[in-house]
Ligand binder design. Structure first.
Ligand SMILES: Cc1ncc(COP(=O)(O)O)c(C=O)c1O
Length: 354
């Protein structure tokens, strides 16, 4: 792998410990170009613009995918990734569905490790912070035909992140707009899924909600995801989350929380959650918690859930009573090397390049 190091780090003007999410992009990026049916040599180079025209096919036809993952520093300043293999595998699933080329383990994972090692000084150390990692691939042929592109660019960029959305949110159960349809692309991290979700989210914001819970496209009867997170519901002492499908992204956090919950003898079930059951449980007083889970925040608890004309106010559980608080503490502890990792999920990035 070719490495072209930056002359002067931007770290003399950026404080990673006080950096809004996704704004300050670290010194280096990894770039690899695909053409004539094969990937070229990956290069780590100073972060900056690439020279494309507005005829770039990904802009017109949307062959663009990404991943979201994080690197963490512990108190000794050792650096860890969390289950990077799962992001690598999901990236290739997204690529397949979008008729884009598969990427090798060597380019994605070895490239990632080298980049994180090189920019390790960008990883913040304050409680709750991390280095957000954004791998992406997009069609980079420049022409107008609506067909599969012959050229692609794979890139990995990173950016220091505060934990965002950590206050309890007001969420609306969406009963008209749809995020994903059966047989569609909801299970991928393709760019269009996010662009299409902005308008319904904007409407929900205008109505006083922070986010929406997406429901199935046919009947709007079953929970699917919440915002850009998977969703979990606690009724009594049972934790439910919908099974993954072509309409639900298979979240690394979701999968990890299920394992952590089982490990601690929490009854967790991958079953469809109907809006009717949630409303009934609320009326009966057994609806205890609803929360979203994803890499960005790990877990975000909801305080109010709107459905049609009613607002359900969820009980304000203490951290001792809440599954969400307990599970978040366990998972963050594993990710940041503060707790034992019985699952073997943490991957230490050894110092090699710097
Ligand atoms: C639509 C959607 N659902 C769920 C998730 C959660 O996935 P993960 O836990 O892998 O971050 C994400 C990404 O963060 C997402 O974009």
């Amino acid at each position: 792998m070719k490495i072209d190091k930056i002359q002067h780090s931007k770290l003399d003007t950026v404080d990673p410990n006080n950096s809004a999410f996704g704004v300050n992009i670290s010194d280096h990026m990894l770039i690899c170009e695909y053409k004539d049916g094969e990937w070229g040599e990956p290069v780590i180079m100073p972060y900056g613009g690439l020279n494309y025209s507005p005829a770039l096919m990904s802009i017109h036809y949307g062959q663009a995918i990404f991943e979201g993952m994080k690197a963490y520093k512990d108190k000794n300043h050792d650096v860890f990734l969390f289950r990077p293999e799962r992001n690598f595998e999901r990236f290739n699933k997204s690529a397949e569905r979008m008729a884009m080329p598969q990427i090798s383990r060597e380019i994605f994972l070895e490239g990632l490790y080298a980049l994180i090692d090189l920019d390790r000084d960008w990883i913040p150390t304050k409680q709750g912070t991390s280095l957000y990692i954004r791998p992406t691939m997009y069609a980079s042929e420049e022409m107008f035909s609506a067909r599969i592109s012959n050229k692609y660019t794979f890139a990995i960029m990173t950016s220091p992140a505060n934990s965002y959305y950590d206050k309890p949110l007001k969420i609306k159960i969406e009963d008209y707009y749809t995020r994903a349809v059966d047989g569609g692309v909801g299970f991928t991290k393709c760019a269009g899924n996010y662009g299409a979700s902005f308008y319904p989210t904007l409407l929900a914001n205008k109505a006083g909600f922070d986010q929406v819970i997406w429901t199935d496209s046919k009947e709007h009867k079953y929970f699917e995801e919440s915002g850009t997170m998977n969703v979990m519901v606690r009724i009594g002492d049972i934790l439910y989350t919908p099974p993954t499908s072509t309409t639900i992204l298979s979240g690394v956090t979701r999968n990890s929380l299920i394992s952590v919950a089982k490990h601690h003898n929490i009854d967790v079930r991958e079953e469809r959650i109907s809006v009717d059951d949630v409303v009934r449980a609320y009326k009966e007083g057994t609806l205890k918690e609803i929360f979203g889970c994803g890499t960005a925040v790990v877990i975000n608890r909801y305080s109010h859930v709107g459905y049609k004309d009613t607002i359900m106010e969820l009980p304000q559980l203490t951290d001792e009573e809440s599954y969400a608080a307990f599970l978040k503490k366990q998972l963050v502890g594993i990710q940041t090397n503060q707790l034992e990792d019985p699952f073997g999920w943490r991957l230490k990035i050894e110092k090699q390049l710097v």
